[in-house]
Design a protein around this ligand. Structure first.
Ligand code: NAD
Length: 256
């Protein structure tokens, strides 16, 4: 059985990873990292700890769904003390944290995905094709998530926007806008807007639209359950286990 350490285990996605691994035939939860209290209820053989060294030592692979600063501490500890394969699902990372993932991936295999679902992996490919094939169409992205989501726009929306920009030979940083307000003038040809809506319990909805005079295409993905992310991350962990050091994507794992 693969020994999995779960980082962010009390969170919306982390809880499902712990729950779904109870019935898994190939992997089990070996350790859970908690911030302060050691009263997390889990299977008797699971180590509950707030010590990074014990957490890393008792796992063969780590799955992280936490917060950017927490992921940063996890990676710093893994780099310095115990390099381990790590599947990272945390979004909203800053440039330093993204660079830290790259640095860590020279010492351990890392799979980083802003969305662990097979549907979004395929959507990403469709966006590349559409953005290139419809290069004179205006590209606009809208994402909707539950009221508790902290980062905006979503990591998934940014990944999709990046794919759309790259397919047109453009740098997202130079052309992305994430809000329109006031007398801002007409839309420029190259801009890609990424708009975030928040409310209720929406698990995740992304629409990538390509608009022209007389016609438009919209590509939609809706996640109806967080199990999609939890199960995607578990699948990714099994796939990453014996890989060489390096930075992998969910498309590498799914072969999409
Ligand atoms: P959540 O707020 O429900 O859970 C966050 C977890 O992180 C909690 O267990 C919390 O205790 C833990 N945590 C926070 N700070 C910590 C610290 N300093 N040290 C250790 N642990 C800490 O969030 P969620 O909805 O489960 O999402 C978690 C992350 O995953 C977010 O960044 C979210 O955007 C992202 N996410 C990614 C995907 C994907 O497929 N990649 C899907 C859904 C959500």
């Amino acid at each position: 059985m693969i020994k999995v350490g779960v980082f962010g285990a009390s969170g919306r996605v982390g809880k499902l990873i712990v729950e779904n691994l109870k019935n898994d035939k190939e992997a089990r939860v070996s350790s859970i990292f908690v911030r302060n209290e050691l009263d997390f209820s889990a299977e008797p053989e699971t180590l509950i700890t707030n010590d990074f060294v014990s957490f890393l030592e008792s796992s063969e692979i780590i799955i992280d769904f936490s917060l950017p600063e927490a992921m940063e501490s996890l990676l710093e500890n893994a780099i310095k003390k115990h390099p381990k394969p790590i599947v990272i699902g945390t979004t909203g990372l800053n440039e330093h944290q993204e660079n830290l993932i790259k640095e860590a991936s020279t010492k351990m295999p890392i799979l980083y995905a802003t969305n662990m679902s097979v549907g979004v992996a395929l959507l990403n490919r469709l966006v590349e094709v559409a953005s290139k094939g419809l290069s004179n169409f205006d590209c606009e992205i809208v994402e909707m998530h539950h009221r508790h989501k902290k980062d905006a726009p979503s990591g998934t929306a940014l990944t999709l926007a990046n794919s759309a920009a790259k397919a047109r030979g453009l740098e997202l940083d130079k052309i992305m806008i994430s809000g329109r307000n006031g007398n801002i003038g007409a839309r420029s040809d190259d801009e890609i807007s990424v708009m975030a809506l928040r409310g209720g319990d929406i698990v995740g909805k992304h629409t990538v639209g390509f608009y022209n005079d007389g016609e438009f295409i919209e590509l939609n993905h809706t996640a109806t359950s967080r199990d999609t992310f939890a199960n995607g991350a578990i699948k990714a962990a099994k796939w990453l286990m014996n890989k060489e050091n390096g930075l992998y994507s969910i498309s590498d794992c799914l072969g999409i």
